[in-house]
Design a protein around this ligand. Structure first.
Ligand code: CP
Length: 339
């Protein structure tokens, strides 16, 4: 198959002629911020340069502060969820509806022709002919890339197995900057299931674009995959490994907790009980401005008594899923004017 080269060349760049008339499309005149995301797939966070990440964050700020109810009128999002989701699916769908577009799709594979044995490639080729943009979540690692190779319609990865969750990362970065005023120079701990947690993988790789200090907290059996630590070392990121939350809490500005991904465990999950559960008492020595983030859903890794403290920021974080995904949809569909 011609693969990415063929499709990246062949992907249509969706330029609206009326938007072109105003001469502003794709360009931020102040900073020369070109919209290089138009027509692109977002399969991995590594597909995005730091400039493209910044473009999404800037566009998300615009979406959060204003309303553009007709921006994506006439556009169709195919929302294809082969694995359970609350936040990602509903925030993508809300984002499309808030911009005046329409949504088709499914929330479980059991209602689709995958049940009859249709391949993912065939399904995506067909769905790509019905929609202007596709969002896919699937339990198999690499499924989003396969989907992107099957259609010229832009594909966004909403989580592929234990691999990546790039749009969660964009909203995580947006939230970090919003609650701390910056990303550069922050001390950030990522804790919990570093092995199977796709949000951890994408966020670690994205943070490598910024001068930050990272602390990874997990028991040995749930530590970060070598492929990610290798990438961090290559980029000169400063990081260390820890087994106990208490070792890092006094030092950090952001504590990013994650759920144990039991559904992805081939082996018995044991030995992490005390390292991955955050209790209110742990926060006594925290910096005043510490913010706790979590992609959610939470099981029991953050004690609910923490929700009412000023440290808790995970519900604001999940709310940011809508403006960030609005920004991403509008940019990929070539409809956002940042000038
Ligand atoms: N954060 C996240 O991906 O949540 P959902 O699984 O509910 O989409």
């Amino acid at each position: 198959m011609g693969g990415k080269n063929r499709y990246s060349l062949g992907k249509k760049v969706l330029v609206d002629s009326s938007a072109l008339l105003n001469g502003k499309l794709f360009l931020d005149k102040k900073r020369g911020m070109k919209n290089t995301l138009a027509g692109k797939d977002v399969v991995s966070i590594s597909n995005l340069s730091r400039e493209e990440i910044e473009l999404v964050l800037k566009a998300a700020g615009k979406m959060k502060s204003g309303s553009m109810p007709e921006l994506l009128k006439g556009k169709i999002l195919a929302s294809c969820f082969f694995e359970p989701s609350t936040r990602t699916r509903l925030s993508f769908e809300a984002a499309m509806l808030r911009l005046g577009g329409s949504v088709i799709g499914f929330a479980e594979a059991g209602t689709t022709s995958a049940r009859k044995g249709e391949s993912l490639s065939d399904s995506m080729r067909v769905i790509g002919s019905y929609a202007d943009i596709i969002v896919i979540r699937h339990p198999q690692e690499g499924s989003a890339r396969l989907a992107a190779e099957a259609t010229e319609t832009p594909v966004i990865n909403a989580g592929d197995g234990a691999n990546q969750h790039p749009t969660q990362t964009l909203l995580d970065l947006f939230t970090i900057r919003e609650c701390q005023g910056k990303i550069d120079d922050l001390h950030i701990a990522l804790a919990g299931d570093l092995k199977y947690g796709r949000t951890i993988h994408s966020l670690s790789l994205a943070l490598a674009h910024y001068p930050v200090r990272l602390y990874f907290v997990a028991p040995e059996i749930l530590n970060l995959p070598d492929s990610i630590t290798h990438e961090l070392r290559k980029k000169g990121v400063k990081f260390s490994f820890h087994e106990k939350l208490e070792e890092v809490i006094p030092k950090v500005d952001i504590l990013y907790m994650s759920r144990i991904q039991k559904e992805r465990f081939p082996e018995q999950a044991e030995g992490f009980e005390n390292t991955c559960k955050l209790k209110k008492g742990h926060l006594e020595k925290a910096k005043k401005n510490l913010k706790i983030l979590h992609a959610l859903p939470r099981v029991d890794e953050i004690e609910t008594a923490i929700d009412a403290t000023p440290f808790a920021h995970y519900f604001q974080q999940s709310a940011n899923g809508v403006p960030v995904r609005m920004a991403l949809l509008a940019l990929i569909l070539g409809k956002l004017d940042l000038a």
